[in-house]
Design a protein around this ligand. Sequence first.
Ligand code: AMP
Length: 369
Amino acid sequence: MLVGVLGGGQLGRMLALAGYPLGLRFRVLDPVAEAATDGVAERVRGGYDDAAALDAFAAGLDCATYEFENVPVSTVQALAERGVRVFPGERALALTQDRLLEKRFLRELGVATAGFAPIDGPADVARAVAHVALPAMLKSRRLGYDGRGQRIVREPADLEDAWQTLGAVPLIAEAFVPFARELALVAARAADGAVACYPLIETHHRDGILRLALAPAPRVSAALQAAAEAIATRVLAALDYVGVLVVELFDRDGQLVVNELAPRVHNSGHGTIEGAHTSQFAQHLRAGLSLPLGPATLTGHSAMLNLIGGAPPLHALLRVDPRAHVHLYGKQPRPARKLGHVTLLAPDAATLTARVEAFAAATGIALQA
Ligand code: AMP
């Protein structure tokens, strides 16, 4: 079977790597000169709105998926016109590429989010910030990721500057959530409605970029896990969703507030490659191909450390800890760019903490603020 992937980044690369044992082949569409998927998948080099590129991409595909949510919705429609089914589908994509639509959708489902207000022009900024109160997060409605396109505003005097530095584009003002920690739920839904959720993952960010993900998250009660799964299940059903969905959450002392949804495999779930009975990538493919979902259970404790901006040489990483699972995406170093990740496994949380601390200290990998 031939699976199309919109986007040639590391998520596409890891999807392909997860699909080969199942006998799948992959074709990627991406306009960039060099893609992380090159070497593991054939590629049509072209824009997402280029009709000839879409023809070449679509020819002979059994289905397609996307590995980032800024693929134009019109691309999914163009593929449908060419007879290619795209999962998770158009509605999930349209909602998650606009923070305002996403938050309204969540509120309609009765899911808790930060308070929010839209900003369509400079005249709305003060009113929107008054609505959510200071401090507030101003975020671009579209095309934001890894903390880009957002600013925290603490004083009314910062408003004008924030509007300008965010590019004078439509924004959303969000109330600042004084969370105790951040969590992520990796969930999957098959076309027949079956849902599988992994244990909650604790995520640690710096400058808006994920640095460390711990699975299972420590101190998770059965009630907290159930509350997260209830949110995911409601979202999945409402969208008649197929594939992996990741729900990013703020934990306010046991109360869950959704930060955002990712309609795809996600960085916080990379530890499932070695740390779960089914990786998020294999799970996404199983869902999309109407195969039975695999068990979303963990094999032990895992820590996923991102390699950002620069990475120690491979031999250095493996010398520090020969049991480390190193993933390098083949990308050129650039500030704030995700170049790879390392997963460390342990039978229990205490052993894992010791291993992570020793590894981070010896390699100089920065984990937290
Ligand atoms: P995002 O791009 O929306 O995932 O935001 C990146 C990071 O910024 C999150 O993981 C949080 O650490 C922080 N953040 C985003 N929105 C809020 C908020 N409303 N209140 C507090 N922190 C936030």
